[in-house]
Design a protein around this ligand. Structure first.
Ligand code: SF4
Length: 296
């Protein structure tokens, strides 16, 4: 299951890239800017403001999934058993079904369309998410086929998956972009549900396999944006021999509006960080000899 294919990205990996967003993630980070990536199932975005009152959704509803009320159209999410009923029915795009079970051949054809840009810029395709390694079979098929066609593959991962899922794909992946959120296992688990023992095991296995990795730390106020935590994470990374680059990613709240469209609360209320606020950590990491940038 994927939920988006984004072309001409210059952020997630080298050169110009197409990003394939896999749907489903083992973590539940409260600051997640793609909340529609978390569930392994379909989601429905509903943007009431766009509704033009055509009633198509009410007509299609079998179980009062969408109803007309005095305030306009109302969505009753608990009644939705078959989200695909509502795919492409809204002329105003007020309703969007998020998620698509992809066909490897069809997707490959799409990804190959940008080949000229990959070749000219040393770019390629990046698997992001969600967590690509949480759908190991399809991901592996896609990575193998891209590799066969000479297209570079990068994977953005939280590593909170069984090692076997990663190991099978190593030979087909050119760049590992690892989102490391914390090294305090208790805090990580309490806030994101993550399993640091498993993440650490996978990090060390990648090191043992001599796989170069880029580490990306989302720097989040109230979670890891403080000197003690950031120094602890950087000190920890300093013990590795396979880190190609470290990216410090300042917290932003770009995904906030999506929570409302999913009928969820954005509980993470805090100000975005400026790049300059991460400078002290950039200096600290550089002094350790880690090639570090803010952003990435
Ligand atoms: S189909 Fe879209 S535009 Fe029409 S009533 Fe439903 S939400 Fe509104």
């Amino acid at each position: 299951m994927i939920f988006n294919v984004q072309r001409f990205s210059t952020h997630d990996g080298s050169g110009i890239r197409t990003i394939v967003f896999f749907k489903g993630c083992p973590l539940r980070c409260p600051w997640c800017s793609n909340p529609e990536s978390q569930s392994f199932d379909y989601d429905i975005f509903f943007d009431k403001q766009k509704c033009i009152g055509c009633m198509e959704c009410v007509k299609v509803s079998r179980n009062n999934e969408f109803t007309k009320t005095d305030e306009g159209i109302s969505i009753n999410r608990n009644n939705i058993k078959d989200p695909l009923l509502f795919k492409d029915i809204c002329p105003a795009k007020a309703i969007q079904v998020i998620g698509e079970e992809f066909d490897v051949e069809k997707l490959l054809k799409e990804l190959e369309k940008e080949r000229v840009f990959y070749d000219k810029s040393d770019g390629g395709v990046t698997f992001s998410g969600g967590e690509p390694f949480a759908q190991p079979e399809k991901m592996l098929m896609l990575a193998k086929e891209l590799k066969k066609r000479g297209i570079s593959v990068a994977v953005e991962t939280c590593l909170d998956v069984p090692w076997e899922n990663i190991e099978a794909a190593i030979q087909y992946v050119d760049e590992f972009l690892i989102d490391l959120k914390h090294v305090d296992g208790k805090k990580l688990n309490e806030v994101t549900g993550g399993n640091f023992t498993r993440i650490e095991y996978n990090l060390r296995r990648l090191e043992a396999e001599k796989v170069p990795v880029t580490i990306r730390i989302p720097v989040i106020p109230g979670f890891n944006y403080n000197t003690d935590d950031m120094h602890a994470i950087i000190d920890y990374l300093d013990s590795f021999t396979n880190i190609r680059e470290l990216h410090l990613l300042p917290y932003h709240s770009f995904g906030k509006g999506k929570y409302q469209q999913l009928g969820r609360d954005y509980k993470f209320r805090t100000e975005a960080l400026n790049k300059s606020e991460l400078e002290p950590f950039l200096v600290y990491a550089k002094n350790k000899g880690l090639k570090t940038v803010i952003g990435g």
